[in-house]
Design a protein around this ligand. Structure first.
Ligand code: DX5
Ligand code: ZN
Length: 228
């Protein structure tokens, strides 16, 4: 299969007291993308990090910063993340009154844009915007917390989105987020995903004996992806 697989560690599970080092280590260990979870204690019942933290991390890495907005409303904060160095910004359609406008705003700010689907959210939100999305993010847990169990129905949804992307002929990345680990990453890839978010599975597997702390777990994920 010629699809390029990208691994996106979610820094939600990193050690926030040394976040810059965590980002450096995980990229040096072979990760591709930094997944940046933004929660507002309103759209989701948890509170995390904002544009200031993105701005602080930007000089630390050349890797793509993939900002997953779990906030409502979304539009006000988008230019701030673009200025802070985000490369991709995704949002939940339920959190925007004007989805097409929000996608346009992200692009005007110079970032790639994407929609995020909760486990029970219909894919019909894609019907009229396939030409405007660069990324489709499927939640395989309910958003708000790291370390939850993968919801298996996501595999059917992933297959459905893969068909839509292939039919569109566009280069749209298909990312799956929540409960992804060494044991199931190949299955998620076979369903059609090409970007894999993993928080607890990566940051919980640090090894002081690894040169960059996360080499073993990332190598194990790559080995699984090679079988997909
Ligand atoms: C959940 C976040 C995820 C989360 C994934 O709301 O969007 O990115 O950090 O964590 P794990 O991989 O531990 O399920
Ligand atoms: Zn996320």
């Amino acid at each position: 299969m010629s699809r390029q697989f990208r691994i996106a560690p979610s820094i939600l599970s990193a050690n926030f007291a040394k976040l810059g080092q965590e980002v450096t280590d995980v990229i040096a260990s072979g990760a591709d993308i930094i997944h940046f979870d933004v929660m507002d204690n309103h759209y989701v019942p948890n509170l995390t990090i904002g544009p200031l933290v993105c701005e602080s991390l930007r000089p630390v890495t050349d890797a793509i910063i993939d900002v997953h907005l779990m906030v409502k409303p979304v539009d006000r904060i988008i230019p701030d993340f673009a200025k802070a160095g985000a490369n991709i910004i995704t949002f939940h359609p339920e959190a925007s009154e004007h989805i097409d406008r929000t996608l346009g705003l992200i692009k005007e700010c110079g970032c790639k844009a994407g929609l995020v689907f909760n486990p029970a959210t219909s894919l019909s939100y894609l019907d009229y915007v396939m030409d405007k999305v660069d990324m489709i993010l499927l939640m395989s847990v309910n958003p708000g917390f790291g370390g939850q169990k993968f919801i298996p129905e996501t595999l059917n949804k992933t297959r459905a989105v893969r068909q839509r992307i292939d039919a569109s002929g566009r280069d749209i990345w298909l990312e799956v987020d929540g409960g992804v680990k060494v044991d199931n990453i190949a299955e998620v890839a076979r369903a059609g995903a090409d970007v894999f978010v993993a928080g607890s599975a990566i940051f919980g597997a640090a090894k002081d004996s690894d040169a960059n702390r996360y080499n073993s777990v990332l190598a194990a994920m790559r080995a699984e992806l090679a079988k997909a």
